[in-house]
Design a protein. Structure first.
Length: 572
């Protein structure tokens, strides 16, 4: 995140889509759909290559609907020394290390109450955070206190995941300036109980945490959700400490054991190799099957040249082959997103970083996966190096033309980056890609941090929500995504109820290419997307084929001639 020499300075709801569900699970959604303001009826129902010859489409238009959605919320107080929450141990003044507080704030999207509408958890610079329930009419209400999750601890990042396999979403938080992390277990009736210590998720330590992103997935394919928690800790000035970047294995009942060293994971030994100050600098972890062998790799976007890729050795160990795979050339890796931008059927990796004229070799990276566990750096070919001081990033098909565009949040409180604008690069079959955020109506230059695309109003297109460190967030509603679409939600038969790691492929036309999504690998820093697969279909009102495959069981489902413009739920 922080460059090695950086210093700090001072509407009405849209029409709702039809949904449908298929599969043999008896717990199918009510065919009448959600019960508040109805999104419509519900329908249920493996690698991606795009939509054949997508037509040239005008870019979509976005409207700022933050106020009317009830999300114009201040992030809290921006502290300065001597009122910061961390100490520079080498200086006599207390509470004077403010830099990590400039990393925050995050947001996580998920339907915690299972009513069919995606809710938000929004963190703050002043605890408590906010649980924002989607009312089903394109507005949100604050239900934090009633849900039992209000506390006085600051949050690094938050994600939703069903860690105990009971069919509802639990809330996971990394701690900031706290001695541990936090895990709120969903009781299925709108309430939560904090159980991090009892369940082995806390990573308790006498040293303060500087919590960052959280990765969730099933690395050993036993059906239970495992977790990696990231933490950013420079020994200078925070002092030597335990490494809070930890791999937590689910024991099969929603309790965790720390298997970091046992699985071959380590960060502290990297500093002298990459010419970084001693410390461990994790930002954005993910579990994602890159090489197509079903076993998800562990990736970690990290600061000061310490980004890592650990290949999964059959769930028994992880092997660090970052440099051998053509990765790790960015200096200040922060945000992370995976997607098949080139339509060749495998996942590519975009990492946000810091671009500055003083050091032109820095900046973002687009790593294209070329097979054989090898990546190629295509950043400059696509024109993606300069994103300012980049943070959250996400691949997203904004105009429903069948290929993935790229969005980025940016900013840092120094003169050069103080008014960094959000970027949106349009993937329109030409290079370099066109940066078009302002053209789309997205004018966000408020110290952006988190970014998540999500369909908050269930009209079928993806809206964009940006969080800010020091100003209010912004929700941009997508008003003109021409083209048909399909959303696929997968449900696992075992404890991995969200189907994290499942592969969803669609072929819009019988002779056309494929699109692919992997559930749960979209973006990983200060913004968690809903765990669904969203596809743009161009002019295709019927999808020739939908395929879903679950790696833990090898179970697959195939659906032919699926009507477009609906949410499709596929049961394992």
């Amino acid at each position: 995140m922080v460059a090695a020499d950086a210093d700090e300075s001072g509407t009405a709801a849209h029409a709702s889509p039809a949904t449908e569900s298929t599969g043999e699970n008896p717990a199918t959604s009510d065919p009448a759909g959600p019960t508040r303001e109805e999104p419509g009826s519900t329908t249920t129902a493996s690698r991606d290559l795009g939509v054949a010859a997508p037509p040239e489409r005008p870019p979509p238009a976005f409207s700022d609907v933050t106020e009317e959605a009830g999300l114009a919320l201040a992030p809290g107080t921006v502290r300065v020394a001597p009122f910061c929450l961390l100490d520079d141990v080498e200086k006599p003044q207390a509470n004077d290390f403010c830099i990590p507080e400039r990393f925050l704030v995050s947001a996580a999207a998920g339907d915690y109450d299972n009513d069919g509408w995606v809710d938000l958890y929004l963190t703050s610079l002043d605890a408590p955070d906010r649980l924002l329930r989607n009312r089903g009419n394109a507005t949100f209400e604050d239900v934090t206190a009633g849900a039992g999750i209000a506390d006085d601890h600051l949050t690094g990042a938050a994600v939703w995941a069903d860690v105990d396999g009971d069919g509802d979403l639990d809330l996971l938080r990394t701690g900031y300036a706290a001695p541990r992390n936090f895990l709120h277990i969903n009781d299925g009736a709108g309430g939560f109980t904090e159980e991090a210590v009892a369940r082995g998720f806390a990573v308790q330590s006498p040293d303060p945490h500087v919590g960052a992103g959280i990765g969730v997935g099933d690395y050993d394919l036993d059906g239970w959700i495992d977790v990696f928690v990231a933490d950013w800790h420079p020994d200078d000035p925070l002092g030597p400490a335990d490494d809070h970047n930890r791999l937590l294995h689910n024991l099969g009942d929603g309790h965790f054991e720390d298997v970091t060293e046992a699985m071959g994971i380590g960060l502290r030994w990297l500093a002298p190799i990459v010419d970084a100050k001693p410390g461990a600098y994790g930002f954005a972890p993910a579990f994602v099957d890159i090489d197509g062998d079903d076993w998800p790799e562990l990736t970690l976007t990290a600061d000061f040249g310490t980004t890592r890729l650990w290949w999964n050795d059959g769930g028994l160990a992880f092997s660090d082959r970052t440099f051998e795979s053509g990765l790790g050339t960015e200096r200040n890796g922060m945000g992370s997103t995976f997607g098949d931008y080139d339509g060749d059927g495998d996942l590519d990796w975009f990492i946000s970083a810091i671009e500055t004229a003083e050091f032109p070799q820095l900046g973002n990276r687009m790593y294209r996966y070329d097979g054989g566990r090898q990546f190629a750096d295509v950043t400059d070919m696509l024109g993606l190096r300069d994103g300012g001081w980049g943070w959250g990033a996400a691949f997203v098909d904004l105009e429903h033309d069948g290929d993935l565009d790229l969005a980025l949040a940016a900013g840092w409180p120094t003169v050069e980056f103080a008014v960094d604008a959000a970027r949106v690069w349009r993937n329109d079959d030409a290079v370099p890609w066109t940066e078009c955020a302002s053209e789309l109506g997205i004018d966000f230059a408020r110290q952006g941090r988190g970014l998540l695309p999500f369909d908050y109003d269930l009209d079928g297109d993806l809206d964009l929500f940006f969080t800010s460190n020091s100003e209010r967030p912004a929700l941009y509603r997508n008003d003109d995504a021409s083209g048909h679409w399909l959303v696929v939600q997968v449900v696992g038969s075992g404890p991995n109820t969200q189907g994290l790691g499942a592969t969803v492929r669609i072929q819009a036309q019988s002779d056309g290419p494929w699109q692919v999504r992997h559930i749960g690998v979209a973006n990983h820093l200060y913004g968690q997307e809903e765990a669904v697969a969203h596809f743009g279909l161009g002019d295709n009102a019927v999808v020739h084929r939908v395929e879903v495959r679950w790696p833990a069981t090898g179970e697959a489902r195939v659906l032919d001639d699926v009507e477009a413009d609906r949410r499709l739920t596929v049961f394992e």
